[in-house]
Each structure stands twice: as structure tokens, then as C-alpha cells.
Write a protein that binds this ligand. Structure first.
Ligand code: DAH
Length: 331
């Protein structure tokens, strides 16, 4: 066998292989078990001939390995070039959502009370007459018990008209002291109007402890009013009536339209009500097994939509339920 001629032929086959498959075919042909070189090596009798053939073999192996590396690199380079991603193109912009203004107010109020050591509790939107009316000292003749005012789902089961029932549920399950707020939706059988909507949100607050007085209530409400409306807005607290508080008060904020002079929005009052409050009625304390001789408390219930309207001068509550992005994107 002519080792030189064989090597020339093999080297040129290796060099001209353009794919890993072709290269492998050359390897089998020139270095495989049935190849002329292997057969010649097997038949070698003298040392010198063996050395020549072994040198040829190792040169061919090196050439194969080099060609393989080169082919692999060119395969990689080709796929890098062909599958190139042009990351310089601007992508599709995702529209970023935002929290609904009422959710923002809700979180803001929660933060204010968490900061004062209150706990935030969940209430139930489906409630019973027992928790919404009886336990809150609203007797059988109370006007909101009527199906004309309230959505009943079943006998004695209704969509809550206020968040106040969460006070009862919390007090029933623990001993004083209690400092809690509960925020969520309430439902009333009202026709949508600029200041009314059949569903809206309230924040309910309750503090029961030894020696709680009206001064604690006033301080807490004033702090809340200042945090929500700023120090410049005039606020007032006046007497009112709720069946579950005695005495009862209502908090008003200076009208955002007329600044107190009197206009159509505030019905010539110059003030707009934000919500009710008072010292928890002794009957309510007794209903949950608390002793009014030992503890006293204050409570309040404010509308979140009302807070938003007062703060931003929004004249119509219905706008908050229309999901019109032209409004929502401003907040
Ligand atoms: N529940 C009352 C309402 O919906 C608001 C309210 C007033 C809640 C006085 C209270 C309170 O906790 O003490 O109009």
C-alpha cells in the first residue's frame, strides 16, 4: 500500500467535507475498522513500516479533529447569523393599568389606620337582619329594614346596607380592647343620582377600650380629615342621630364648589357631609356581651366615594362607576 498516496487522498477528503455527515463518512472510509490503513496496520511486520503507518494515522486523526472543530464553528456561526434577533426595533408597548381611584382611597385609609395601630378586618357583603339591624339597635320599625330601601336575597338575608355589621362580628369574637377598621361595598335600593348610587364603599371604624370618650373620637376624626383633605380645608363636627351611637355626630367638610358660600351642590349649606360617628350605644355593647360600665367606644362610618368627590371636586358619583378611562387615567 502506498501510504503517501493514501494520506493525500484522505487529507483531501477531510478538507473537502462540508458537513459533519460528510466528515464522518471520510472518517469511516479512511480510519474505520475496514479501512485500508487499519488493515495495513494489522498486517504490519516490521517496525519501520508500522511507524510510517502510525504517523499517517495520527496526522489524519488530527486533521479530522481540526476539520470537525472548524465545521462546528461554521454551523454555529451560520445559525447565529440566520437566527439573528434585531433587538434594536422598538417592542410593543404594554398599556400599564392602575388601581381604581376608590381602591386607592381604600388603601390610603387603611394605611392611616394601620399607622395608628388599628387592624383591618374583612366584612361580609351578604349579611343577615340580625347583624345589620337587630344587633345595631335598629328595631323592627326602622325604615331601612324595608325592602323598598334594601336588597333582600332571602328571608332575613340581605346585601349589607352599611359596613357597621363588621363591628358586631369582631366584638362578638373577642374581648376589648378592639381597634379596627373594615372597608368594602354596601348596597342600597337607590336610583342613581349625582350623589347616590345603589352600590358604594364605606369605611367602618371602631375603638372599644376603657375610658374612651368623645374627645378620642374627635381627635381621630380630625386626624383622618386632615390626612384626607389637608389642613386648609375647613371641617366641622355637629350632632346627629344614629341608632347605634349615643351621642351621635356627623363630620362635614367645606363645600368644594363654593368654598362655603352655598351653592347647588351643597344645597346652599356651604358644607358637605362625609359621614357619621358617635360613641357606641350601650345597647350595642350589651348585645355583644361587653359591660358598658367597664368599657366604652366610638365608631364611625364614612363613604369612600364621598371622600373622593370632596377631595377632587367630582360633581357626580356615577362617573366613578362608568369605567371611563378619560376620568380614571387622571388618578
Ligand atoms: N352606618 C352609617 C350609615 O351607613 C354610618 C355610621 C354612622 C357608622 C355612625 C357608624 C357610626 O359606625 O357610628 O349611614
Amino acid at each position: 500500500m502506498d501510504a503517501e498516496a493514501l494520506e493525500t487522498e484522505a487529507q483531501s477528503a477531510i478538507a473537502s467535507a462540508t458537513t459533519p455527515g460528510e466528515l464522518d463518512a471520510a472518517r469511516v472510509r479512511y480510519l474505520g475498522r475496514g479501512s485500508a490503513l487499519k488493515q495495513a496496520l494489522r498486517g504490519v511486520r516490521d517496525r519501520e513500516a508500522g511507524q510510517v503507518l502510525n504517523t499517517v494515522r495520527s496526522r489524519l486523526e488530527r486533521a479530522l479533529a481540526e476539520r470537525r472543530t472548524a465545521l462546528d464553528r461554521s454551523v454555529l456561526e451560520r445559525s447565529l447569523a440566520e437566527e439573528r434577533l434585531d433587538i434594536s426595533l422598538p417592542g410593543h408597548e404594554f398599556r400599564r393599568g392602575r388601581l381604581h381611584p376608590i381602591t386607592q382611597i381604600r388603601r390610603e385609609v387603611e394605611e392611616i389606620f394601620l399607622g395608628m395601630g388599628y387592624e383591618v378586618v374583612d366584612g361580609r357583603e351578604v349579611e343577615t337582619v340580625h347583624y345589620i339591624f337587630d344587633q345595631l339597635n335598629m328595631g323592627p320599625g326602622h325604615v331601612t329594614r324595608s325592602p323598598l330601601h334594601t336588597f333582600y336575597l332571602d328571608d332575613g338575608v340581605l346585601l349589607r346596607t352599611e359596613t357597621s355589621a363588621s363591628q358586631i362580628r369582631v366584638m362578638e369574637t373577642r374581648k376589648p380592647p378592639v381597634y379596627m377598621v373594615s372597608l368594602g361595598r354596601v348596597y342600597r335600593r337607590d336610583t342613581p343620582e349625582p350623589k347616590r348610587y345603589p352600590s358604594f364603599h364605606q369605611v367602618e371604624g371602631l375603638a372599644v377600650d376603657r375610658g374612651i370618650t368623645l374627645a378620642d373620637l374627635k381627635g381621630t376624626l380630625q386626624l383622618l380629615l386632615r390626612r384626607l383633605f389637608g389642613d386648609q380645608r375647613a371641617v366641622r363636627i355637629r350632632t346627629s342621630f344614629f341608632p347605634f351611637t349615643e351621642p351621635s355626630v356627623e363630620a362635614d367638610v367645606e363645600c368644594f364648589i363654593c368654598g362655603g358660600a352655598g351653592c347647588r351642590v351643597c344645597e346652599q349649606e356651604g358644607w358637605i357631609e362625609v359621614g357619621g360617628a358617635g360613641l357606641v350605644d350601650e345597647n350595642v355593647l350589651r348585645n355583644v356581651g361587653y359591660d358598658p360600665e367597664e368599657v366604652s367606644g366610638f365608631a364611625f362610618g364614612w363613604g369612600l366615594e364621598r371622600i373622593f368627590m370632596l377631595r377632587h371636586g367630582l360633581p357626580d358619583i356615577r362617573l366613578l362607576w362608568q369605567n371611563d378611562l378619560r376620568l380614571l387615567e387622571q388618578f
